[in-house]
Design a protein around this ligand. Sequence first.
Ligand code: AMP
Length: 192
Amino acid sequence: MLNILLFGPPGSGKGTQSKLLIQHYGLKHLSTGDILRKEIAEQTPLGRIAQHYIDKGELVPDEVVISIIEEMFAEKNLKGFVFDGFPRTVAQAKALDSMLIGIKKTICIMIVLQVSEDELIKRLLNRAKIEGRKDDELSIIENRIKVYQNQTAPVLDYYKAQGKVFIVNGMQPEEAVFKEICYNIDNFSQCK
Ligand code: AMP
């Protein structure tokens, strides 16, 4: 079972590349951001908690996010996953690893999309015009990038220690990024 962790700051192209990857490898897309936005749209209790953090560009508390993932893992007939936007803290990474161990699986590879800060801001402001996401507003974007650097970037070292990290230049055209990601997966995945 192929489990891919797609990692990078907001606006680095994780959503776009995830869609291509799930098609190519027949995997399930697991985006905690998408799940949380759905909870908000449906006005569930979990959605109300999440909205408070998302609107400010802060991370939703670990226990809330981890409980969502636990629920998904309770499903029968699990396919491999593309994890998009999760884990975002080392605590989430540790929780994910122990859940995977519980079903005798592992993260096979972590792909990091590298994009300059100027380009991230440009892309997210552009997305705001198309999708109208409330958290794609300049001051919130800046906070999300800061949160990524402070709280999420340490997840990289956590998986580096496991020899699973491969960096891809996310500034290239979409198809070139996808090709480089697939090359890394096909050659360096720790799952056979
Ligand atoms: P995304 O769609 O991945 O950019 O996520 C949008 C927002 O949802 C983030 O800025 C966080 O507020 C929240 N969020 C998504 N995934 C997580 C996560 N794994 N941990 C904490 N908060 C998250």
